[in-house]
Design a protein around this ligand. Structure first.
Ligand code: 1GP
Length: 240
């Protein structure tokens, strides 16, 4: 499995990827098989696992269960180093470019190195750019950083571009889990026009129209968490 290669190929061929995000803290582990069946019946191409704050070991146990049920790639989207587990296929090695908290720019990464030595996880260097979305999100609270203002799309694009110039391979534009509003079309399109890499867009995508708009603006992958946590009926909109 070469997960980044597949995402990059989707980017070059203008294909769409969709990740379902499972937060171990909010997920009933007994429901894993049933939930994975629904994911498999959907257009989802990836399963992301992670959350801002997750109990120790919860991620490893859940990922092992998920892997027993599906061939879909399982990618860690960790809030911190404790969520790294060898059971997954890949790790988004996230650097919070929108903030100035060294812990989330490089600190957690240094702490991750000893854990990664014993795994075959595919590590994908990913820029993580938090954009304001109406109210304070958990990721802003946990990381102690402020999101970038929507009023300055150029600054958002410059932030993402700086990550590209530093050698990051993937960019994630984040409105925050459960965001009141997703990242606007105009911001996604300015960012994608600057970047020569796949863009992931997530946070507050709760309608088919919003998902469509993110793809049309240039996102290669969208991430859906809360909409499915709140109501699995949303899978109806994600049918193959
Ligand atoms: C959160 O981008 C992801 O980190 C998904 O957001 O939960 O709002 O879908 P939602």
């Amino acid at each position: 499995m070469d997960i980044y290669k597949d995402i990059f190929e989707a980017y070059t061929l203008n294909k769409r990827c969709l990740a379902v995000l499972i937060d171990p803290d909010k997920f009933e582990i007994g429901q894993t098989q049933k939930f994975i069946q629904k994911i498999e019946a959907s257009v989802a191409t990836h399963i992301f696992v992670g959350g801002s704050t997750v109990d120790a070991n919860a991620t490893g146990v859940l990922v092992a269960q998920i892997k027993a049920c599906t061939e879909l790639p399982v990618v860690l989207f960790p809030g911190d180093v404790t969520q790294i587990t060898a059971h997954a296929d890949a790790l988004l090695f996230l650097s919070l470019l929108s903030g100035r908290n060294a812990e989330y720019l490089i600190g957690q990464h240094v702490a991750a190195v000893p854990k990664l030595k014993d795994t075959t996880l595919e590590v994908i260097p990913t820029g993580y750019v938090l954009v304001e979305s109406g109210h304070l999100t958990t990721v802003a609270k946990v990381t102690g950083t402020m999101p970038l203002s929507q009023d300055n799309p150029e600054h958002i694009a410059n932030t993402a571009k700086a990550g590209e110039l530093l050698g990051l391979k993937l960019m994630y534009l984040e409105a925050g889990s459960g965001a009141a509003t997703p990242i606007p079309y105009g911001i996604i399109s300015v960012v994608t026009s600057e970047l020569k890499m796949p863009l992931i867009v997530g946070g507050g995508l709760r309608t088919k129209a919003a998902i469509e708009q993110a793809y049309n603006a240039g996102a290669t992958m969208v991430v859906i968490g809360t909409a499915l946590e709140d109501d699995e009926a949303f899978f109806e909109f994600l049918k193959k």
